[in-house]
Design a protein around this ligand. Structure first.
Ligand SMILES: NC(=O)c1ccc[n+]([C@@H]2O[C@H](COP(=O)([O-])OP(=O)(O)OC[C@H]3O[C@@H](n4cnc5c(N)ncnc54)[C@H](OP(=O)(O)O)[C@@H]3O)[C@@H](O)[C@H]2O)c1
Length: 227
């Protein structure tokens, strides 16, 4: 079974639709973007930064869980120079992208350990690998995922569980659409192939991690060779 957080928009929705079409059992979460009526039965409203919200959701679905693949897509962003930033908005990015991702992992790990199988895939970012003005909250939240997977991988490797990050570059989906067009063009000039990534490559990378037992605790660049 595949569980996708943040499946209401962007990459999460794209992966959700792909795996449904592939005939997999998929459950998703949304927070503020309500799913289409036809999709309602697959979705639960969960604010991942609230641990009790997360545990209530896992309690509801736990009897259905078998051979769980967790894809953590939920995330948010805040653009502001650090010295001008609003401290609550800045902290919220950490609360969602880092602590929220951990909340979901924390809630499912006991089930994965008991069942002797698990796949956990998170999305880190090129933004944490290069300095980009205005991204201190987002970059910090994504850099934290690199340490997180290292520790959790060694704690759970003997239980058939792997946990990895994909460090995404710029893809033609999701958050990038909020970036002004002029700035999008500037970003494209930095990408060796001159264009954003095709989201189908995210599916390929996710599927590779699902199928491969011996990749664990890794953070793999999927960025078209951008420096
Ligand atoms: N797109 C890219 O090129 C790119 C590059 C690098 C990394 N990433 C990472 O990939 C992941 C998906 O990105 P995206 O571009 O698809 O983002 P997106 O289009 O902005 O979608 C974000 C998703 O996260 C959910 N979400 C936000 N806050 C939440 C909260 N507190 N609790 C639960 N869900 C919450 C949203 O749900 P609602 O709309 O229902 O609130 C939405 O489904 C993110 O972690 C992002 O950092 C993306």
């Amino acid at each position: 079974m595949i569980v996708i957080t943040g499946a209401s928009r962007g990459i999460g929705k794209y992966l959700f639709n792909h795996f449904i079409e592939a005939g997999e059992v998929v459950l998703g979460t949304f927070n503020s973007t309500y799913p289409e009526p036809a999709e309602k039965e697959y979705f639960t409203k969960v604010n991942i930064s609230n641990y009790s919200d997360v545990t209530k959701w896992i309690d509801i679905i736990k009897d259905k869980i078998s051979k769980l693949i967790l894809i953590n897509c939920a995330g948010n962003n805040y653009n502001s120079f650090a010295h001008k930033s609003d401290i609550d908005t800045w902290s919220n990015v950490i609360n969602v992208n880092l602590i929220g991702t951990f909340n979901v992992i924390r809630a499912v790990l006991p089930i994965m350990r008991e069942q002797g199988y698990g796949r956990i895939i998170n999305f880190a970012s090129i933004v944490a690998q290069v300095g980009i003005p205005g991204t201190s909250a987002y970059a910090t939240s994504k850099a934290g995922l690199w340490g997180l997977v290292k520790s959790i991988a060694v704690e759970n490797a003997k239980r058939g569980i792997t946990i990895n990050n994909l460090n995404l570059g710029y893809f033609d989906i999701g958050m990038i659409k909020e970036v002004p067009l002029e700035f999008q063009e500037k970003i494209k000039h930095k990408i060796p192939g001159g264009d954003f990534g095709d989201p189908v490559d995210i599916i390929k990378a996710v599927s590779f991690l699902i199928e491969t037992d011996y990749i664990n605790g890794s953070s793999i660049d999927v960025n078209g060779g951008i420096l």
